[in-house]
Design a protein around this ligand. Structure first.
Ligand code: SF4
Length: 102
């Protein structure tokens, strides 16, 4: 009886650790890279102040993902979903040429 309880506890800890690690790995890999082809096309920058203002003159100071209508995170989130980039998360202070605030 002791052995099976011990086995169950070890199994539970193992499964929990695996889930935590895979969740962390997913969160890390889910950040949109500036080199992603669609990100390049839309001039996405993780720091909005680095937007290419010559190529994307629609950029205006103060625009950022966390005040864009397509941002799916909360105001306090450092990263959040974007309706344009599927399961990739964009930086709250990022920007791309599809910025909209309606
Ligand atoms: S559409 Fe909006 S939330 Fe998405 S990357 Fe562009 S600026 Fe950020």
């Amino acid at each position: 009886m002791k052995t099976s309880r011990r086995g169950f506890l070890l199994f539970s800890v193992g499964v929990g650790s695996s889930l935590a690690l895979s969740g962390r790995a997913f969160a890390d890999s889910a950040h949109l890279s500036e080199t992603d082809p669609k990100a390049v096309e839309l001039g996405y920058k993780a720091d909005a102040t680095h937007a290419d203002k010559a190529k994307f003159p629609n950029y205006a100071a103060g625009q950022a993902c966390n005040n864009c209508s397509l941002f799916q995170g909360k105001d306090s989130d450092a990263w959040g979903g974007c309706m344009l980039f599927g399961d990739k998360q964009v930086a709250a202070h990022g920007w791309c040429a599809s910025y909209t605030n309606m």
